[in-house]
Design a protein around this ligand. Structure first.
Ligand code: MLT
Length: 252
């Protein structure tokens, strides 16, 4: 059986975030890219959705599909969910890929900003959120050189359900520091970030690599927070290289 790679999108996005990656990665593994509860076409499950409950929904989906072990690859909020998965079901994790994310919890200021985002989404609408987020989620090179991608991402954000965005924002504020989960993960892991990611500056990725007993860091130049769409070739190459490493680790 081919190994399974589970792609977990960031906030406030949906599975189409992975459109530039899925086919290429399928050359090596089976790829599943679901919508997290409330996003894309997936139904919302509550007014506040914690990272643990996203992880639970993902595990139930994998059970329904008959998939035992898999490698989660989560970008930003998807990375928080991936770490919650590792905590919840470490025996089912073949590997781990964390992209443009952090293992630490929100600061008190960060938690206040989450509530502001939740209220803005429901009171002012997703167009306002989308316009405000573009300068933060895309690197300066992408914004200068790829207006088409900026438009796609803005539309992806704008079409999300404001209630789901509020629920995720409140859920992210509640997440705990999971650096200890990384310290206990002994299989090979990959950390990817963009050199122009201002939301998750390089030290957050370096800290995760230091915590992981067998972690490797790939920094993608000229990419910001959405490294998988800003530089898909570099991103896909990093993931394919890691999948080769994982396969040789499984068969020493
Ligand atoms: C994301 O891209 O998922 C968000 O930036 C995560 C966050 O706000 O912490």
């Amino acid at each position: 059986m081919r190994p399974t790679l589970l792609l977990l999108h960031g906030f406030p996005l949906d599975h189409t975030l992975w459109d530039a990656n899925v086919e290429v990665l399928r050359s090596k593994v089976d790829v599943i890219a679901p919508d997290l509860p409330g996003f894309g076409s997936a139904g919302l499950t509550g007014l506040e959705v914690t990272m643990e409950s996203y992880a639970q929904a993902v595990l139930e989906d994998m059970d329904r599909r008959g998939i035992g072990t898999f490698t989660p690859c989560g970008l930003s909020m998807g990375g928080y969910v991936a770490m919650a998965l590792v905590e919840r079901a470490p025996e089912r994790m073949a590997g781990l890929i964390l992209c443009n994310t952090r293992s630490t919890a929100d600061t008190p200021e960060g938690m206040i900003a989450r509530e502001t985002t939740a209220r803005e989404a429901t009171e002012r609408g997703m167009d306002v959120i989308a316009r405000g987020m573009i300068p933060k989620v895309l690197g300066r090179t992408t914004r200068a050189q790829n207006p088409g991608l900026s438009g796609n991402i803005e539309r992806m954000i704008a079409r999300q359900d404001p209630q789901a965005v509020a629920a995720a924002s409140r859920g992210m504020a509640k997440r705990r520091d999971r650096t200890d989960v990384l310290r206990a993960f002994y299989r090979p892991a990959l950390v990817i970030t963009g050199a122009e990611d201002e939301l998750m500056p390089l030290p957050t990725s370096q800290a995760m690599v230091e915590a992981l007993p067998s972690g490797e860091l790939v920094v993608i130049e000229r990419a910001g927070h959405l490294s998988n769409v800003e530089r898909p070739d570099a991103f896909n190459a990093a993931v394919l290289g890691y999948l080769d490493l994982l396969a040789s680790w499984e068969r020493p």
